[in-house]
Write a protein that binds this ligand. Structure first.
Ligand SMILES: CSCCC(=O)C(=O)COP(=O)(O)O
Ligand SMILES: [Mg+2]
Length: 210
């Protein structure tokens, strides 16, 4: 049997609750979007250039409302959330089994990576300012949609190459079946997680057996 050398984790619905993202993070970004863009117009100009339409704020608000996984939106959200984490308004949600599992794998010498639609900056924030403290020292690396969409096998092939191990040595965990299917198509091991207890491979990270 192949030894798992690395675990690759989704965030929303896997390490952290969907409600935190949908009911805390997204509304925070929507509330601060217009003022952030106004205050940082030069910095955000290249990001806004990738957003279609004349009314960029309206387009971005519509994307937030429909949970569009568009890279420019995700980049902006990460910048906006940084303010909230810095002033203590935001604290990253993680399920209790998340820090436990990270610690178990980390001490066993298994590398832990994140692959989320949230930007790499946003990933570092949610784990760096989590309700369980700073979890980033246990993380080996981060991937976001700049590597590719999470539902395409090619993205997992790129991640495998970047990690420098064989695909079968990586275990991906996600709450989205199309993401699990894409990872499996690229040769990774993959588990579907359902935090609500529905049909899935596992219901918490404590159930992962390497
Ligand atoms: C990095 S925390 C914010 C998560 C986010 O914006 C998102 O879209 C979550 O997508 P995931 O791929 O982690 O399900
Ligand atoms: Mg998810």
């Amino acid at each position: 049997m192949t030894q798992t050398k690395a675990v690759l984790l989704d965030i929303e619905g896997t390490t952290s609750s969907i409600a935190f993202v949908a009911e805390v993070l997204f509304p925070y970004a929507a509330r601060h979007l217009a003022s952030y863009i106004e205050a940082h117009c030069e910095e955000v100009a290249p990001i806004l250039a990738e957003v279609p339409g004349d009314d960029k704020v309206a387009t971005l608000l519509a994307w937030i409302a429909e949970d569009r996984k568009a890279t420019p939106l995700k980049t902006l959200q990460g910048l906006i959330w940084a303010q909230g984490y810095a002033d203590g308004t935001l604290q990253g949600h993680v399920y209790p089994d998340t820090p436990e599992a990270l610690h178990r794998w980390y001490t066993a010498g298994v590398s832990i990576y994140i692959y989320s639609s949230g930007s790499i900056a946003a990933q570092k924030l949610i784990f760096g300012h989590s309700i369980a403290g700073d979890l980033t020292p246990m993380l080996s690396g981060y991937f976001d949609t700049t590597t590719g969409p999470k539902r395409e096998a090619e993205s997992y092939a790129k991640i495998t190459a970047a990690m420098g191990c064989e695909a079968k040595e990586i275990l991906f965990v996600s709450d989205m079946q199309p993401e699990v299917d894409a990872a499996r198509a690229a040769g990774l091991g993959a588990l579907l997680i359902d935090r609500a207890g529905g049909p899935a491979d596992i219901h918490s990270l404590s159930e992962v057996r390497l």
